[in-house]
Ligand binder design. Structure first.
Ligand SMILES: Cc1ncc(COP(=O)(O)O)c(C=O)c1O
Length: 356
C-alpha cells in the first residue's frame, strides 16, 4: 500500500482501482462506492488525525451505542464534472454547517471544518475518475457520524467515527411523482429532530411510506403533527406549490430540514422575478386551489433528484391530478440549477466550488 501524508489527512491508496469493474450505465442509486473513503475517530475529547483508505469493512463492537440508541447523523451532497473534466461541489459549506447542526442536536461533537474540506477535496482528487461526465451523472457524497463507544447505558457516547463515502450515480429520474398527504402518521414534532439529518428520522418514515406505496403512491407529504393541517415536506425533499404564479413553500422550523436545493430555488426565483411566499400553506387551501384551477404545480426539491414534479396528490381518499403547464417552474429550476452545477452557466451566487 502506498502511503502519503499531507497537512491533516493520512492517505493510504488502493493498489488497484475497481473503476474498470463498474458498469456506469446501469447504476442503482448509492450501492457502489468509489475506491477510497475518509475516516476520522473521536476519542479522548478530540477528533484524531483523519485517514483516507481503501473503501472497505469496519470492525465495530455490537455494543456500540449507535446500534442501540441511533446516535447517528448524515449528509447528502454531490460532485459534478464539466465538459473539460473539472470537478465541482455545489454549496458544500451548507452541508458542512448542517451536519454540525444535526450533530449538535444529537449530542455528537461537531466536526472541524478544515478536516471536512481537506478530506473531501483529497478524496475527490484521488477518485476523480469516478465522477462521470454527462448531464445527470455525479458522485453522491455521504458524510456521516456514528457513536462507536461500547456501552448500553442510555447516554451520549464519548467515542465517535466520522466518515465520507462516495457513490457514483446517474440522473435520478423519479418520473412524475404521485403523493399522498399524511393524515395519520407524522415525521417530526415541535422540539424534535425533524430539522436534523438524524438517521432515525428516515427509518421512522419507512413504515408509513410503505403503506402509501401499497396504495400506489410514491411519497408522503408530511403535515404538522398536531393537526395534520399544514403542508411541510416530503421524504427527502422540501415541497413547493405554485398557486397562480406564486411559488409557496413552508418556512423552515425545528420540524423541517433546511434544504440546500430549497434555498437555491428561492434565490433563483427571486432573481427571475417569480413571486415567492414562504409561509404555512394549509391542506384546505391546497384542495381549494386544485378545485378552482389556481393550483398549477407541485414539486419537490432535494440533492438526489434536484427537482421532482408531482403529477397528483391524494387527500381524504380523493386524487387530484395536475397537468404540467407549458411554462413549468419545475422544469425551469431544474435546468437552471443543473446548468450551474455542471458549469454550463454563470454562477452569480458563487455556489460552485472547484475541487482543487
Ligand atoms: C427530510 C429532507 N428534506 C429535504 C431535503 C432536501 O435537502 P437538500 O436540498 O439539501 O438535499 C432532504 C435531503 O437532504 C431531506 O432529507
Amino acid at each position: 500500500m502506498n502511503t502519503l501524508e499531507n497537512s491533516n489527512v493520512i492517505v493510504n491508496k488502493v493498489e488497484k482501482s475497481r473503476l474498470g469493474d463498474v458498469d456506469f450505465n446501469n447504476l442503482t442509486f448509492g450501492n457502489i462506492f468509489s475506491d477510497h473513503m475518509f475516516e476520522c475517530d473521536y476519542k479522548d475529547g478530540k477528533w484524531q488525525t483523519p485517514v483516507i483508505r481503501p473503501y472497505g469493512m469496519l470492525t465495530i463492537s455490537p455494543g456500540a451505542k449507535v446500534f442501540h440508541y441511533g446516535q447517528a447523523v448524515f449528509e447528502g451532497m454531490k460532485a459534478y464534472k464539466d465538459e473539460t473534466g473539472d470537478v465541482f461541489l455545489f454549496r458544500p459549506e451548507k452541508n458542512f454547517e448542517r451536519i454540525n447542526k444535526s450533530s449538535k442536536r444529537m449530542a455528537i461533537p461537531e466536526f472541524p471544518e478544515n478536516y471536512f474540506f481537506e478530506g473531501l477535496h483529497t478524496l475527490l482528487n484521488l477518485d476523480k475518475d469516478w465522477v462521470q461526465p454527462g448531464n445527470g451523472n455525479s458522485l453522491y457524497l455521504r458524510p456521516f457520524a456514528i457513536a462507536t463507544q461500547v456501552g448500553v447505558s442510555a447516554s451520549p457516547a464519548d467515542e465517535y467515527k466520522f466518515m465520507i463515502l462516495m457513490s457514483p450515480v446517474q440522473a435520478y429520474y423519479t418520473g412524475d411523482v404521485k403523493v399522498i398527504i399524511a393524515q395519520q402518521y407524522s415525521r417530526s414534532a415541535n422540539g424534535g429532530v425533524g430539522a436534523a439529518k438524524a438517521a432515525g428520522n428516515y427509518g421512522a418514515q419507512f413504515y408509513p411510506t410503505n403503506l402509501a406505496k401499497e396504495k400506489g403512491y410514491d411519497q408522503v407529504i408530511w403535515t404538522d403533527a398536531d393537526e395534520h393541517k399544514y403542508l411541510e415536506e416530503a421524504g427527502t425533499m422540501n415541497v413547493f406549490f405554485r398557486i397562480n404564479d406564486t411559488l409557496i413553500t413552508a418556512p423552515t422550523s425545528d420540524r423541517i430540514l433546511d434544504g440546500v436545493t430549497r434555498n437555491s430555488v428561492l434565490k433563483l426565483a427571486e432573481r427571475d422575478g417569480i413571486k415567492t411566499d414562504v409561509r404555512k400553506l394549509t391542506v384546505d387551501e391546497l384542495v381549494a386551489a386544485a378545485k378552482d384551477g389556481s393550483l398549477k404545480e407541485i414539486f419537490g426539491s432535494g440533492t438526489a433528484a434536484v427537482i421532482s414534479p408531482v403529477s397528483s396528490f391524494c387527500y381524504d381518499e380523493t386524487d387530484y391530478d395536475l397537468v404540467k403547464p407549458g411554462d413549468s417552474y419545475a422544469t425551469r429550476f431544474k435546468k437552471e440549477l443543473m446548468d450551474i452545477q455542471y458549469n454550463r452557466a454563470e454562477d452569480p451566487f458563487g455556489w460552485r466550488v472547484k475541487v482543487k
